[in-house]
Design a protein. Structure first.
Length: 301
């Protein structure tokens, strides 16, 4: 029940975005909000998250394994998406959407709810890896809908979040610790970023029409997220020696629903953002059902 309450608290801000767009219609410019979130507020989130505690090399194995499972899933999805989807934008969504999970806004609080504060170092570093996945692989595929390969690679380098992450890691490694005043400023920006992303999701959700839903793409994304990736995760985790709690945390972070960052990137590069919003929404709904059996699933480790 605590898990369900954690999720519902997050969904409240989605409802705020939906209600705002429903009330004010075209007075709310979703493109402006996307640019504000991606180019400014997410820099605060990146610095705040990466400077929360020193990066301990003993904690590196779990996020490294997370990245390995993500890349293995990507290698499987690239040829499958090519076979199943002819439209370039649909193919991009089918390839990358399920890989970009909500490891930050949802994964970290869920980790605390299910495993306690001991999970924070692991979920924080896994979210860091996910940030790099979002702003490298995610940017490349979402911009492929309208950009060449060279243009897509350049788009990765244009986003400030990636560079902010590199600077934050460098500061962490040299031992920089933010003062209470700096930490509070970063925290304010970080929470503003998380809230803005959820509100933006609600805004896009308002424009969805049932007739626009691509059932085949939706079935593919949900199947990839909740069947293919968990099966790969079970297989890989069964082959490694690791604390059962850490395995459970890693599995949880791999099956959280799609992140709102998918909508941000799809909007930024005009890669069918409303279609991506549908995928984020449907995986979020499906995850509500999975959340009820999450404790049982995690006991398998």
């Amino acid at each position: 029940m605590q898990t369900l309450f954690s999720i519902m608290g997050i969904y409240l801000f989605i409802a705020v975005g939906f209600g705002a767009k429903w009330t004010f219609k075209e007075k709310i410019d979703d493109r402006t909000i996307t640019l504000l979130s991606v180019y400014f507020l997410q820099i605060f989130l990146t610095f705040w998250g990466l400077l929360k505690r020193p990066i301990d090399t003993e904690l590196i194995f779990a996020p490294t394994l997370y990245l390995g499972i993500t890349l293995l899933s990507l290698l499987l999805m690239i040829p499958l998406a090519r076979m199943l989807f002819n439209d370039t934008k649909e193919r991009s969504i089918a390839t990358v959407a399920a890989l970009i999970g909500n490891t930050g806004n949802l994964g970290i609080p869920l980790g605390i709810a299910l495993f306690g504060e001991e999970s924070i170092p692991y979920t924080t570093l896994i979210n860091l890896v996910n940030v790099f996945v979002v702003y490298t692989i995610g940017v490349f595929y979402y911009s492929r809908g309208e950009f060449s390969v060279r243009g897509s690679l350049l788009n990765i380098l244009k986003l400030p979040v990636l560079w902010a992450a590199m600077v934050a890691i460098a500061l962490n490694l040299i031992g920089y610790v933010p003062s209470p005043a700096v930490d509070k400023t970063l925290m304010m920006g970080a929470y503003a970023s998380m809230t803005m992303q959820l509100v933006l999701f609600g805004i896009y959700l308002y424009g969805i029409k049932l007739g626009e839903i691509d059932l085949r793409l939706t079935a593919w994304v949900n199947g990839t997220k909740f069947i293919l990736i968990p099966v790969i995760a079970f297989g890989v985790l069964g082959l490694v020696e690791m604390d059962p709690m850490v395995k459970g945390i890693l599995f949880l972070e791999l099956i959280v629903p799609l992140a709102v960052a998918n909508v941000n990137l799809a909007s930024l590069y005009n890669c069918a953002p409303r279609t991506v919003t549908v995928e984020v929404f449907t995986t979020s709904v499906v995850f509500l059902g999975i959340a009820l059996i999450l404790p049982t699933l995690l006991q398998m480790f």
